[in-house]
Design a protein around this ligand. Structure first.
Ligand code: 2IT
Length: 449
């Protein structure tokens, strides 16, 4: 490996070694950059890479809230304003008990390159809290969100930092966060958060956008192989917002999602999550706060496999769409043994680095990276920002058409970037290089700091 790249990775391991997820994502992105760094010696001269792996700013804050029984609870809130070269920091908030600086930083780093790939003016950021929404009442969620925003509101704004949802933060939470921001500032401020409900200034199609984009992207891949998404079976994970959007778009296009998963196991539905009733039921499951995928099996009489992951199921397209590091070497081997041709990452960093490398080496298998595949969510957030600042509302058709176009462009940019550096049809390296190039150019233009 190029000596400069290797030295920056050493730096990250030394300084952030106690944040393995962050080290993992830096190693993954940088493994694609060798030809770019060799071609651009000016980057090393200004130590661009070390500056890219250090967030511009990251802070924690105390979030104190009252449970329904009158007891008080204290959580840690985070916001990482990773890189603002391309625009206001933009990225979601994750509420999950395992949230710690390594999770926020890995998500923030991914977000910088993902947002760059959208071609829109958004920098990268991420935040969240080590709060567990499971089993919490609506009033508890509201009080938590209000306390969270009381601590955060001074440090965000439509030209500064625009948060959105991630795991554990959906339309309901964004509504409470936005309401509290508006109350504290006494101003509507161009929406400031994205993923708002439609009545509060949210964009049509934003709830579906990540899932829709995650189907539009592989449509391009299949076309490249002379195939069609229609009639394909898809193995998915999770049953939240993203997987719901995938099921909905797949159903419209005549494909079917045959697996879903949750913390309790996975379900196998050979007929597919492919009726309006089934797709809508995912929303009911999410709203119940139970966080159990078994509810789907009970409702529709399909098989439930407690404590297992769905990666042993044979499908045409495999889409890890639940969470980071869901697919390890063992699962990757199962997927390869099943003769899967399309491995389309959806969740942020769903594959360990060794498993990803293994899958990419399988003859005939095409791997697409999450930072490109799931970028439709944040791209539509940027469309929501545009609508809010224009004081306009676009139709669902307009938003969906823009989203579709953005996903096609992301795909093409990735293909072209890999080609440009002589790497052939490599969607993983292509996305890393294309995302990197735009951030690098903006940072070079803006001087050293
Ligand atoms: O991972 C992601 O891109 C998100 N959670 C959405 C970020 C956003 O600002 O819409």
């Amino acid at each position: 490996m190029n000596a400069y790249l290797a030295s920056v990775i050493e730096h990250v391991k030394k300084v952030h070694g106690n944040e393995p997820e962050f080290v993992q994502t830096v190693e993954e992105v940088f493994s694609s950059l060798e030809p770019v760094i060799e071609k651009h010696p000016e980057y090393e001269k200004v130590d661009l890479l070390t500056r890219m792996v250090e967030p511009e700013r990251m802070f924690t804050f105390r979030v104190v809230w009252m449970a329904d029984d009158g007891t008080w609870h204290t959580n840690i809130g985070y916001r990482c304003q990773f890189n603002g070269a391309l625009g206001p920091y933009k990225g979601g908030l994750r509420f999950q008990p395992n949230v710690y600086p390594g999770i926020i930083k890995f998500l923030g780093f991914e977000q910088v390159f993902k947002n760059s790939l959208t071609g829109l003016p958004i920098g990268g950021g991420k935040g969240g809290a080590d709060f567990d929404p499971t089993g919490k009442s609506d009033a508890e969620i509201m009080r938590f969100c209000q306390a969270f925003m009381q601590a955060l509101y001074r440090y965000i704004g439509p030209d500064i930092d625009v948060p959105a949802g991630d795991m554990g933060v959906g339309g309901r939470e964004i509504g409470y966060l936005f309401g509290e921001y508006r109350r504290l500032k006494g101003a509507w401020e161009n929406g400031v958060l994205t993923g708002k409900g439609f009545a509060s200034g949210g964009s049509l199609v934003r709830p579906e956008a990540t899932g829709y984009g995650a189907v539009y992207y592989p449509e391009n891949v299949l076309k490249h192989e002379g195939e069609d998404i229609q009639g394909k079976t898809i193995a998915c994970a999770g049953f939240g917002n993203v997987t719901w959007g995938i099921c909905k778009k797949a159903m419209q296009l005549g494909a079917k999602v045959i697996t879903l998963s949750g913390p309790d196991g996975y379900i196998y539905d050979p007929d597919g999550v492919a009726t309006a009733e089934k797709v809508d039921y995912l929303l009911t499951m999410r709203a119940s706060g139970r966080n159990k995928v078994k509810d789907y099996a009970d409702k529709f009489g399909v098989a439930f496999y407690p404590g297992e992951k769905p990666w042993g199921v044979k499908a045409d397209v495999v889409m890890p769409s639940a969470m980071q590091n869901d697919v390890h070497m063992e699962q990757a081997k199962q997927i390869a043994a099943n003769g899967v041709k399309y491995y389309i990452e959806v969740a942020n960093m769903p594959t360990t680095n060794d498993a990803l490398k293994f899958l990419m080496e399988q003859p005939g298998m095409i791997v697409a990276p999450s930072k490109a595949v799931n970028a439709g969510g944040v791209a539509t957030s940027a469309l929501e920002m545009a609508q809010n600042s224009e004081r306009l509302v676009w139709t669902a058709e307009e938003v969906d058409a823009q989203l579709h176009k953005i996903m096609n462009t992301i795909y093409q940019m990735s293909v072209d970037a890999a080609e440009e550096y002589g790497l052939g049809y490599d969607l993983v390296a292509g996305a890393n290089i294309a995302g990197f190039k735009r951030v690098a150019e903006a940072m070079m233009e803006q001087g050293v700091f």
